[in-house]
Each structure stands twice: as C-alpha cells, then as structure tokens.
Design a protein around this ligand. Structure first.
Ligand code: CNA
Length: 280
C-alpha cells in the first residue's frame, strides 16, 4: 500500500475525508494514542527529538547511555539522575496544550472510546479528560512507592523530595528501599489497565495517533490492534510505526497543535475548541 492506494472506508485519504467521516456520524468510538510530542508545546521536552529532546540533553547527568535515566537496574545503583530530571518533568508547572483540549472535546461530544497515553505529565487530566477514559500506559507521577516492599509513600514528602532533588527512601526502617514514582521504567511491567484494554482498539471506528515516535513496545503495537478498515489518522512531525501502510491511513505530518486545529476547523469545531482551551 502506498499513499495513492484508494481507501476502502474513507472517501479519500485526506484530512477532509476524516472530518466528513466524523461529521457523518460514522466515528462514535474514537481511540486516541499519544506520546511526548503532544506536550512539547507546553514546554516539556520529549525523549527523541534531535537537539531539543531529553536524550540529547542528558550529558550533564553523566549517564552511561541516555535511557539509563529510566532504567530500573540503573536506578537501583544511581537514582540521582532520575531525581534531577523528575524536578523538570513534575506535574503542576505546565499548562495543557490545545491538543490535550481536543481530546477533552472528543470526550465532551461523547465520541471518545479511550485515550491511551505514554505521557507521565498528567496534562490530559488537567485538560479535563476523566480518569476512567485514560489508560496511562507508562504510569504517572500521581503515586509513588518503595521499589522493594512496594509500600506507598506520602505525596507531600514526595513533592518535597522532588523539589530538593533528594532521593526518598521507604518509611519502613527495616526496608529502607528506594522510593520511585509509579512511572514505568525500562525493565518494568506496564500497569494491568494497559493489558486489560490493549485490544480495545478493535472496537474503535477511528484511531488518532499523535506526538509519538511509536518506538516503545508494547504501546507501539496498539495501532495494529485496529481493524484493517478502521481509518487511522497520524498527526506527528514525522511518519512513525506502520502508520501509512493501510488503505485508510491518513498522515498529517506537522505540529500537533496545528494539525488538531485543522481537524477541528474541518469538523466545524474550531471556535468551541479554542474557547475550551482558553478556559483550561
Ligand atoms: P518520543 O520518542 O520522544 O517521540 C516524540 C515524537 O513526537 C517524535 O516522533 C517527534 O517527532 C514528535 N513530536 C515532538 N514534538 C512534536 C510536536 N510539537 N508536534 C508533532 N510531533 C511532535 O516520545 P514517545 O512518547 O513516543 O516515547 C515514549 C516515552 C516518552 C514514554 O515512555 C513517555 O513516558 C516518555 N516521555 C514523556 C513525557 C511527558 O510525559 N510529557 C516527556 C518525555 C518523555
């Protein structure tokens, strides 16, 4: 399949055809899949963008390799680089983007089946997407626990530790293990909620993938769970994964916020979206 292959479900492989499909009421169960690229315009760097991504800027942490900062075995030996970075990524200091608000708008219109996010910044919730609509595939900063005995650790002490870039340890003196936010590191299992819902995209009538390099498994396989004839829209600065390989794939290779505004405009929702975002 190349970009000229005629679609089976859509009228054409274009943003306008996606918008028409939505306006015709054929997309009532939209599954959205997101990554760090939807939060870069909020000021949070992603991992892999050249120059601006975190991996390109980690020299100062003196890591053996960039991913080590999120590697559970490395964390056991040296948790400090993670806590240095955690201060920058910690929720509370960033405003959701218009792309986050677009997901909220889909929810308010009753069109959102589920949001799968790899992000740990909690901006989807802050934008008003309810908890039960979000699968945080890589966890979040919302809770923290001891990596050994799994005892939970209080939020206020965690906030203090992050602020001070200090490494908190388990409150049980007989344990004294390292405390880590419940974000999924390399080498750790994804949450059960991910595995319970990983085939949900089969039930979707439209899939929107935004701001992700689709390089981290098993998340990266989610778009493949959509049925062959389910239209899939990618809004991302580069082509990723196997998006584009099916007859009803549409690629919008640009900035998420710009792409989302175009889609909203084509659906006749732009004003509504802008005012929703303005209130966020
Ligand atoms: P990634 O691998 O850094 O990829 C980001 C993708 O988004 C790339 O394809 C970029 O080209 C693209 N991109 C960046 N900015 C924009 C933009 N403004 N408009 C359109 N496209 C853009 O990030 P992934 O999410 O794919 O990788 C998975 C990791 C990153 C997850 O485990 C996350 O926890 C982790 N992460 C999360 C955050 C966050 O919560 N905001 C920040 C940094 C990393």
């Amino acid at each position: 399949v190349d970009e000229n292959t005629p679609p089976e479900t859509l009228e054409s492989r274009s943003l306008e055809a996606i918008a028409k499909y939505i306006k015709d009421g054929r997309a009532k169960r939209i599954v959205v899949m997101t990554g760090a690229g939807i939060s870069t315009s909020a000021g949070i760097p992603d991992f892999r963008s050249p120059d601006t991504g975190l991996y390109a800027n980690l020299q100062r942490l003196d890591l053996p390799y960039a991913e080590a900062v999120f590697d559970i075995n490395y964390f056991r030996k040296n948790p400090l680089p993670f806590y240095t970075l955690a201060q920058e990524l910690y929720p509370g200091s960033y405003r959701p983007t218009i792309t986050h608000s677009f997901i909220t708008l889909l929810y308010q219109k009753g069109l959102l089946l589920k949001l799968f996010t790899q992000n740990i910044d909690c901006l989807e919730r802050e934008a008003g997407v309810p908890d039960d609509m979000i699968i945080e595939a890589h966890g979040s900063f919302a809770r923290q626990c001891c990596i050994d005995c799994k005892a939970s650790y209080p939020d206020d002490l965690m906030q203090k530790a992050i602020k001070e870039k200090s490494v908190p340890t388990c409150q049980k003196t007989e344990c004294n293990g390292l405390v880590k936010p419940e974000i999924v590191f390399f080498g750790e299992q994804l949450p059960n909620s991910f595995f319970r819902n990983r085939f949900l995209p089969e039930d979707a009538d439209l899939c929107i993938v935004m701001g992700t390099s689709l390089t981290v498994q098993p998340f990266a396989s989610l778009p493949q769970a959509c049925r062959d004839r389910t239209p899939r829209l990618l809004i991302n600065s580069e082509q990723v994964g196997l998006l584009g390989s099916r007859a009803d794939d549409v690629l919008l290779l640009e900035d998420c916020d710009t792409g989302v505004r175009k889609l909203a405009e084509a659906c006749g929702w732009l004003e509504e979206l802008e005012s929703l975002w303005a209130m966020t």
